[in-house]
Design a protein around this ligand. Structure first.
Ligand code: 26V
Length: 839
């Protein structure tokens, strides 16, 4: 490769002043999009600008990869079935410090940057917390100059779009790629073969060693698409590599020759279905074969790619754990463990012990849920049919593991049953969490409480065997997107007062404490909040035709709809407030705007019914002239990353009210507190740590603790007692029961009443109701004292330093990955000589 003279290189891809950017935008519009300024529609300008920004990432991206190669550093691979990235343009603009120039360039073209930014489709390749965490982690890995790559699936349809029809959720397909995706680079030359089905042939070599061949399998191709992930104010640009399924031959010739053209095309379509759609987090569909296929598809492609890169640079497979660490985001990619074993054993003919040592040192597993119904398991029968060799390997991993356990604890059959990868009760199943724990060097929980519960309950037996393995790494969020980008008003104020180092070092927010009692600062802080509320009010008017009043208290619960998250508890509170207003016994109630948002999995009927109830209750309250001045309730449809960025900065109060012990961490709780909302929350997940940081007096804590919930459950909890003994609760429940909110069909909510009263109220909604109402009263009282509230809000923002995902990623790097930053110089050389043969 010859050296490239950077000065001779087309300047159009580099310039950073508004003149140069303006010219680049015009060039991109004409030469890439194929439009002139007269025929261009808004979206063409968005794409033109995105290309201009992308161009300015590319040299850094390439240099990043060259320097990783040169340094021989240990690489981090983050395997996740979900990456909930959201929009990319504004993030890229801010990260490389181009926003102001672009704004100016667009102005000269008669265009408004904010408007253009708002047209970008969200990349919604995730369900919620787990997927968004993956996106935050990638942002921090790049910002910290760590050599990390994300691997996942390029779904054609991401998370569905939610609309409301007659107060009910309807799901619409989200084809985010329709208008083109300027952020991705297709890599048609990076394709791997992926196999399914077939059978295993066993044979002996001349030395009598047994070997296995996986044969007669069907074949699908995985093709790579790369998306650059720029760090904030650094030269590092990492890579997110997503796989798309392709048929292995465009049409099966034999079929075609027999004249069966349609069948051939059908088979092609079938293979390509693999990367068609993201599974919504829905236990009912958790068992589907296509989901396991998706898992193996992306795992197999990623491991082939990882090993190809490794072997380009190193000889001995024994060096793998020294140069590679793989993080499994939940058990979804845990089939990677037997897949690496298969490659080492069958392809490279390593001995079992050698292969196992390598595998076990390479993987780490993050657990994201304790809910037993959410722990993945696959029928042995399905695994045998789809991945016969993997099933053999899993049995062997299990056999050897249980043997070592037997040596340590002889004659403890119950222990063996609990630890076994195979669940033998009924039709046999593969417990993916057990496989992931056994095959990983480190396992982590995502908050302190969650980790404690993993150690004491879910993985207690494993913890006893190896007390070092389970570590805590509390989740975090990126301050870039969740404060700097989402909240201009507050970040502008912060810049004036404490500078802008906090964007990269969130602990700097501590310095705000000094201003918490300063009444001028309090006013400016609350003015920023008011401006955010006014902006949200404009948006709800524009998109929903609903008026909300920015001078009221904004009370927000936004997250997936799930019984354990207890949106129902919130509804019972709202009905109670409504009744008090109607009864004239709430003169002190500060005017409230209650905002809820979140998607229900399409097959989760109870969650869908809860959405309907929220909307039915809102309709009654909002149309009642008695309550209207004091209470308004609004369900904001299609909660996603972009709407989160509009809602969160406008919140005064953050509802984090899950049943204690059930929310692994939560990350919305962190986003809201960072933006100056006070939390009303149970002692669950990261709420506990948030409360420790912000101080008890600045957090409305209520409800049973995880221990108390467990004890109550053991002692026989009876929700009917609460129903009978608490008059306000009874009244709220009876109103739902008797059709007050559904006059056309009084029976509509019977299933909710049944679950809360007759079926044991599994999530202990009624048990926490009174404490919740009392904590609401405390919040109400504090809000009436403007200065006291402002102080508490400031102290919330000030205390959020440790919830930066930079801290999270530093913890992973230190405790789990053993990886170090590789900062690199700015290079103006394109294609500097090296042996590096690209990504
Ligand atoms: C399960 C399934 C089941 C089958 C189909 C698709 C699907 C997709 C996702 C899941 C598991 C979701 C687990 C999850 O999102 N956990 C959340 O992780 C967050 C990040 O650690 C954490 O903050 C939340 O508390 C936790 O609920």
């Amino acid at each position: 490769m010859s050296e490239f003279d950077p000065d001779a290189f087309e300047h159009d891809y580099r310039g950073t002043d508004p003149d140069e950017i303006q010219r680049s935008i015009n060039n991109r519009l004409v030469y890439t999009i194929g439009k002139d300024p007269y025929t261009a529609v808004d979206h063409d300008w968005l794409n033109a600008l995105s290309y201009v920004v992308r161009d300015r990432l590319i040299e850094r991206w390439m240099e990043t990869h060259r320097s990783y190669y040169r340094s021989g550093t240990k690489r981090i691979y983050y395997l996740s079935l979900e990456f909930l990235v959201g929009r990319s343009l504004n993030n890229a603009l801010l990260n490389i410090g181009f926003r102001d120039s672009c704004e100016e360039a667009l102005k000269r073209l008669g265009l408004d940057l904010e408007e253009i930014l708002g047209m970008e489709h969200d990349a919604a390749l995730g369900n919620g917390g787990l997927g968004r965490l993956a996106a935050c982690i990638l942002d921090s890995i790049a910002t910290l100059d760590l050599p990390g790559t994300g691997y996942g699936i390029r779904y054609e349809y991401g998370m569905f779009r939610q609309a409301l029809e007659e107060n009910q959720q309807v799901e619409l397909p989200e084809s985010w790629l329709k208008a083109g995706n300027p952020w991705e680079f297709p890599r048609p030359e990076v394709v791997y073969k992926i196999h399914f089905g077939g059978r295993v042939m066993e044979y002996q070599d001349k030395k009598g060693r047994r070997h296995h061949d996986w044969i007669d399998a069907e074949e699908v191709l995985a093709m790579a698409y790369d998306t650059p992930i720029p760090g904030y104010h650094t030269e590092t640009v990492n890579n997110l590599r997503l796989w798309s399924a392709r048929a292995s031959h465009d049409f099966d010739l034999a079929c075609f020759n027999r004249g069966n053209y349609l069948k051939a095309v059908e088979e092609k379509a079938y293979s390509e279905n693999l990367s068609k759609v993201l599974y919504p987090d829905d236990r009912a569909s958790a068992n589907q074969e296509l989901r396991l296929r998706q898992q193996y598809f992306f795992v197999s492609a990623s491991l082939q790619d990882i090993l190809r890169r490794f072997l380009q640079q190193y000889e001995s497979l024994r060096q793998i754990p020294e140069h590679i660490t793989i993080q499994l985001n939940d058990t979804h990619p845990s089939i990677a463990i037997p897949e690496l074993m298969r490659i080492l054993l069958d392809k490279y003919k390593l001995e079992w012990q050698q292969a196992w040592k390598i595998t076990q040192k390479t993987f780490n597993y993050t657990n994201h849920t304790l809910l037993p119904e959410a722990l993945e398991s696959w029928p042995v029968e399905l695994m045998e049919r789809l991945l016969p060799r993997h099933m053999q390997i899993i049995f062997e991993i299990n056999r050897r593991f249980l043997l070592t356990v037997t040596h340590l604890y002889p004659n403890d059959m119950e222990l063996l049953k609990r630890l076994s990868i195979i669940d033998e009760e009924g039709a046999r199943r593969v417990r993916m969490a057990n496989l992931a724990v056994i095959g990983s060097r480190r396992v982590n929980g995502v908050s302190q409480l969650h980790t404690d519960l993993l150690r004491q309950q879910t993985f207690a037996d494993f913890h006893r065997l190896d007390p070092e393995r389970i570590v805590n790494i509390t989740n975090g969020i990126t301050p870039r997107r969740w404060l700097n980008e989402a909240n201009h008003n507050l970040s502008g104020l912060l810049r004036n007062v404490i500078g802008h180092d906090w964007v990269k070092d969130l602990s700097q927010l501590e310095r705000l404490r000094a201003y918490a009692n300063d009444s001028e600062f309090q006013q400016r802080f609350m003015l920023a909040k008011r401006a955010n509320k006014a902006r949200l009010a404009d948006l709800t008017m524009l998109h929903l035709g609903s008026t909300i009043d920015p001078y009221t208290l904004f009370d927000v619960q936004v997250k997936r709809i799930h019984e354990y998250k207890r949106q129902l508890l919130n509804v019972l509170r709202v009905i109670t407030l409504y009744n008090r207003i109607c009864d004239g016994i709430a003169p002190d109630l500060v005017p409230r705007t209650i905002l809820l948002g979140g998607k229900a999995a399409p097959g989760y009927l109870m969650a869908k019914l809860i959405i309907r109830l929220i909307n039915d209750v809102a309709a009654v309250i909002n149309n009642d002239p008695k309550s209207a001045p004091q209470l308004k309730m609004l369900f904001i449809p299609n909660y996603d990353v972009s709407t989160a960025c509009d809602i969160i900065p406008a919140a005064d109060l953050s509802q984090q009210i899950s049943t204690a012990g059930m929310e692994a961490s939560g990350t919305g709780n962190m986003k809201l507190a960072l933006n100056g909302a006070l939390t009303m929350g149970t002692l669950d997940g990261a709420n506990i740590e948030i409360r420790e940081q912000v101080g008890e007096e600045n957090f409305f804590c209520f409800g049973l603790t995880a221990d108390e919930i467990a004890r109550k459950r053991q002692n026989g909890y009876d929700p009917r007692l609460h129903h009978e003994q608490d008059a306000e609760l009874k009244r709220a429940l009876d109103m739902i029961d008797q059709g007050y909110f559904s006059p056309t069909n009084p029976n509509r909510y019977k299933a909710i009443l049944r679950s809360l009263i007759d079926d044991g109220d599994h999530f202990m909604v009624l048990a926490d109701y009174r404490a919740y109402i009392q904590s609401d009263e405390r919040a109400n009282a504090l809000y009436r004292d403007k200065a006291a509230w402002a102080r508490a809000a400031i102290l919330n923002t000030a205390a959020m330093g440790s919830f930066s995902c930079d801290r999270t990623v530093n913890d992973y790097a230190r405790l789990v990955w053993g990886a170090v930053p590789i900062p690199h110089r700015k290079s103006r050389r394109i294609g500097r000589k090296s042996n590096h043969r690209g990504e």
